[in-house]
Design a protein around this ligand. Sequence first.
Ligand SMILES: [Fe+2]
Length: 218
Amino acid sequence: MFATRRALFSNTIKDTFLRTKHTLPELPYDYKALEPIICAEIMQLHHSKHHATYVNNLNVAEEKLKEAVAKGDVNTQIALGPAIKFNGGGHLNHSIFWCNLSPCGGKPDASLLKQIEKDFCSMEEMKKRLSESTIAVQGSGWGWLGYDQKSKSLRIATCANQDPLQATTGLIPLLGIDVWEHAYYLQYKNVRPDYVKAIFDIVNWTDVSTRFKKAAGC
Ligand SMILES: [Fe+2]
């Protein structure tokens, strides 16, 4: 009886642990769906290799962290911080990025458009400022349209490496543009401005609008 209870308890712990593992989310479209803006080869590598690596490395780092916490090993816990930030950020950022894109494109809904016009005067001005900031990212990083819940306004920000927007700036991420070379180099080579300009043709404004309404509470 005791052995059975122990096995059940062990399985429960195992299930709980398994449930907390991060997994690579499926894309909401085919790898070739965003062509000709982003070719299938880039999408496949980007999703199944790069994003998958962030997920795997995050799980490894979290497992080590769990062991370090159990041992009371604070040095190891602190040493794992950069790996969790980098791989956790990579997982969060890409999970948003895939949903921010769609072969159908679309337009912002009325509430988001009103906020864009309030904060940037026009949609075109917002796109211009977001593009300029994103293109200017030095090395690898992301350009973001985010929402500042304190000032109740939209903000443009950039993050280096895989730094996640919310954890590092407090802004709620609405639309992210990945400007790591793995996101565009096979197709656009070194011409990052062409990639950033083209990506606006496949922005899933329905997804961005939903994120805005949730962040703004409207
Ligand atoms: Fe990426």
